[in-house]
Every structure is written in C-alpha cells, then in structure tokens.
Design a protein around this ligand. Structure first.
Ligand code: NI
Length: 385
C-alpha cells in the first residue's frame, strides 16, 4: 500500500466512525444542537476556522485566505421524524432518522474540510463550508443567506446521496434537477344541515369534490405536454358522521414544476377554479398558496466542470436523478452560480423510507470530490481574473 492509499483508507475509517455517530444521533431541523457541537469539535480538532454567524444551529467554516476569491461547499445536517427500521447496529433509537442521507452529506464535508486543510497553503482563495440546518423544512438555506455568510461567494456546490446509483457513482446534469415547490390550502365555508334536506344547505363537500375533480385538468389540459408538473391533494377533511352535511370542508396539497413561474401559473389556475366553484355552489372559499422553494437549476458550464473533475478522479458519471422533490439549495442558486450533484449510495430502499441506508463506503470518495471541486474552481476563477 503506498502512502497516498494508506492515507485514503485511514480517512475512510475516520469518516465511517463519525458517520455512525451522526447516524445514531439524528436531530430535526433547527434543533441540531448535538450535531452542530460535534461538527464544531471535529473541525476545531482539524484546526479549521469556524466563522461567527447568526446561525443558532449549523455553522459556517472557512479554509484559505481572506480577501480573494471565495467558493462554497454546502451540506445539510437535519433528520426526519421517522422511526428507523434498518436493524443496523448503529441505528437511531430516538424516533428520528437520517433517512435522507444528511448524515452522509455532513460527514463527507468533514472529510473535505480535512483534505482542504492539508492543502490550505496551496488554495487560490478561500473555501467556505456550509453545514446548513433545516433542509427538510426548506427554510434553513434562507437563514444561511440571511446570515450574510455567502455574500462574498462566487460559486456554490452541494451533493445529495441517491439510492438509485451504485456506490460512489456521480450523477450530474445541467438545468432543473429538483422541482420548484408550492403548497396550497383551501377552506370552504358552506351551510350545514340535515343530510335529508340538502336543498336547505350549501354543501361544502360537493364544492370540494368539484375543485378536486376540476384541478385534475390543470396539468392534463392546461399545461404543455413538454412541461413537467404535478398537482397533488394530500389532505382532505369534512364532516364527522353519516347524516349531517357539515358547515366546512378543508383541503391542502402541493404543486411541483420545473420552474417557479410554472408553479405560480398553476396556482393561479387553481385559484380560478376555486372562484368558479364559489360562484356556482354559493359557498365561501378561502384559497391560500405559497411558493416554498424555486427549482434547483444547475449552471450548464459548472455542471460540465463537476462532471469532468469527477471523471479525472476516476469516478463513473451519469445523469443526475431528476425528481419532483424540492431542495432549498435552490435559494442559493438564485443568488450564486452553482451545481447540486448526486452520489450513489446504493440504498435498498428510497430516501424518506424507514429502511433507507446510505452505504458509508462512498464517504471518502465524496470528500475527495468535494475538495477537488472547491480547489479547482478557485484555480479556474483566479485564472480568469
Ligand atoms: Ni435530503
């Protein structure tokens, strides 16, 4: 075993140990106290500078000199309210679970920090390492942006595990790879009464049924077949027994599309349907919608750069897994050029499933790629200046 390979395998061992600790100590968004403390300890042991920010959980570290070019690597650190069922000897027992691989993301970033620290004197600028809280609630990125920590960043890169690809295979594509996400609620106020006398009532259930039915035509009849979009009702409530027409009905759901303009257009159409049903059924309808996150939209040139860097390091590459899921990395890309790429972890089950397993064998490879992307983007940016 040569010196370099020996170093690589000890990095893998160190990271696997950290990974198992993070996996068995999952914490929900904005409550990642122990997780943050552990990340801080590991970084400080490696001599990495931790910046003072307004973040309550999560942190921002910096490697390399100030004043010059700055690029950022971002990972997320929060878990999900899922009871783990993997049977792993390092499984979580606290009712929460790292079922989306964020334990993998943050551990590979710690590995990248160790590698970059070794090369600090050679870096052509600074690398900021963002350990972001609360990705699952899609608002952690906003708190990082509000902290000002990214104001001087020229490019940003992040990774996500994917169960579909073999261990260490890289998926990267230009353009939209995660959907823009919107959510809506519909409150219908009708007039309740005896189920035997519907003519004396304004039935909110019939009104809601019409909305749910008509909404199915928004994607199928009013959206171009060349555009990707989803509208799903996910929660409906009305009434509590068999012989009473209730006063009210409620529904909520989500809209996903390849860009926020499309999500907004679909919301407008749903609003129009609600207004029409309000008129025809004589009920009062309160429609509320909001855009939760824009689409993750990879810069074409930088996606090519990530692919080339991965190939140069010997990674197999392929296209990114396209998903109608959301990712708040999108908020960074609204301000900063960036790429969000996948790394294969060959999980037997999909993300957000109680049996999701991110194979730790890919950890050091992810670290090597993250570090190389940061280092090479600094080289490229400083040669352009
Ligand atoms: Ni995730």
């Amino acid at each position: 075993m040569n010196e370099e390979t020996a170093g690589f395998s000890s990095l893998q061992e160190t990271l696997a140990t950290h990974f198992k600790w993070f996996h068995s100590h999952p914490e929900l968004g904005h409550h990642e106290w122990e997780t943050t403390a552990r990340i801080r300890d590991i970084l400080m042991d490696a001599g990495v500078e931790i910046l003072d920010t307004s973040l309550k959980t999560g942190l921002v570290a910096r490697i390399g000199g100030g004043g010059g070019t700055v690029v950022a690597l971002r990972c997320d650190i929060d878990a999900l309210p899922i009871a783990e069922a993997t049977g792993l000897d390092y499984a979580s027992k606290n009712g929460c679970m790292h079922a989306c691989g964020h334990d993998f993301h943050l551990t590979s970033m710690l590995g990248a920090a160790m590698l970059l620290k070794q090369r600090e004197s050679r870096l052509m600028g600074a690398v900021k390492l963002i350990f972001q809280p609360a990705e699952e609630t899609v608002n952690g990125a906003i708190s990082v942006l509000a902290s000002g920590a990214l104001d001087d960043v020229a490019e940003i890169y992040g990774l996500h595990t994917t169960p579909d690809l073999p261990v260490s295979m890289i998926g990267v594509s230009p353009g939209a790879v995660y959907a823009a996400v919107g959510s809506f609620t519909i409150h219908i106020h009708g007039k309740g009464g005896h189920a035997a006398h519907p003519h004396e009532c304004r039935d909110p259930i019939v009104a809601l049924s019409q909305i749910v039915g008509a909404a199915q035509t928004i994607v199928s009849r009013q959206t171009s077949p060349f555009d990707t979009a989803v509208l799903s009702f996910t929660h409906v409530e009305a009434g509590n027994t068999w012989n009473i027409i209730p006063e009210e009905a409620f529904a909520e759901g989500t809209i996903r599309a390849s860009g926020k303009e499309r999500v907004n257009a679909i919301m407008e159409r749903l609003d129009r349907i609600c207004k029409g049903v309000q008129e025809s059924c004589g009920v009062q309808i309160d429609f509320h919608c909001e855009l939760n996150a824009p689409a993750v939209n990879n810069d074409r040139e930088l996606a090519e750069f990530v692919k080339r860097t991965a190939q140069e390091l010997g990674f197999k590459t392929g296209p990114s897994s396209l998903t109608m899921g959301g990712e708040d990395f999108a908020f960074y890309q609204e301000r900063i050029r960036g790429v969000f790429w996948n790394i294969g972890v060959a999980s037997p089950e999909p993300a957000h499933n109680p049996c999701f397993i991110a194979n730790p064998a890919a950890l050091s490879a992810a670290s090597v790629l993250l570090a190389a992307i940061a280092e090479k983007s600094l080289e490229r940016l400083s040669s352009v200046e």
